[in-house]
Ligand binder design. Structure first.
Ligand SMILES: Cc1cc2nc3c(=O)[nH]c(=O)nc-3n(C[C@H](O)[C@H](O)[C@H](O)COP(=O)(O)O)c2cc1C
Length: 197
């Protein structure tokens, strides 16, 4: 297995979550990890069409860039996923990818018959999210969605970095504590694998 995959879920290339995940990637690399960066907006991914072609072999039958990204993520022990908050949940780019992972859910629970809540995590996930407002529940929807998305990847929600009050691209660059935390979380995630070797 490789080290870490880092998923950029925002449509904005120079946006707030892109800046945060870039910093987390620097932290991970400085700690010695190999990081595979995946910018979702550069790929063509259809929505899940709910035809359940995956019932045969746990393989999504829609052929596009989904398979490549899925395989790159499954090849890693750690995943950093960054998303802006759009209407209290993840970006559309990220959600399209997530929904296609229903094929992994079908494989795990229907085909392989894994009992619910009785599997051992083999991966660790770090969620980075940013939103404009400061509401108490701003990240509740996203964290719940992530928890169940990570489940299909045999991954625990290891940690999160949630930043409120950033809206225009680059706002987060004026929040040095958030940028520093991103670096530190990336570094700690990488070190957690080193310690196990
Ligand atoms: C379609 C859309 C929906 C949004 N919905 C919310 C929202 O529900 N709550 C919020 O606080 N900010 C919302 N925002 C603001 C973004 O979360 C905010 O600008 C964030 O910093 C963008 O991150 P990015 O630069 O990484 O894309 C929304 C922005 C867009 C474009």
């Amino acid at each position: 297995m490789g080290d870490i995959a880092a998923v950029y879920g925002s449509p904005r290339r120079q946006g707030n979550t892109a800046a945060l995940v870039k910093r987390a990637v620097e932290g991970a690399r400085d700690a010695g990890a190999e990081v595979d960066e995946i910018i979702l907006r550069d790929f063509r991914i259809s929505p899940c069409l709910e035809i359940y072609g995956c019932k045969e072999a746990g393989e999504c039958v829609i052929k596009d860039d989904f398979q490549e990204i899925r395989d790159r993520i499954l090849a890693c022990r750690g995943l950093i996923v960054a998303t802006p908050i759009f209407f209290y949940t993840v970006s559309a780019h990220l959600k399209l990818f997530m929904d296609r992972c229903q094929s992994l859910w079908v494989k795990k629970y229907w085909i392989e018959g894994t009992p619910y809540n009785q599997w051992t995590p083999v991966r660790r996930g770090l969620v980075i999210a940013a939103g404009a407002t400061r509401g108490k529940k701003l990240f509740d929807g996203t964290l719940l969605t992530m928890k169940y998305f990570f489940d299909v990847l045999d991954m625990e929600l290891w940690d999160s970095l949630l930043v409120r009050g950033v809206d225009f691209a680059g706002d987060v660059l004026h929040r040095p504590e958030a940028m520093e935390t991103a670096y530190e979380r990336g570094s700690t995630l990488a070190q957690s694998f080193r310690e196990e070797v």
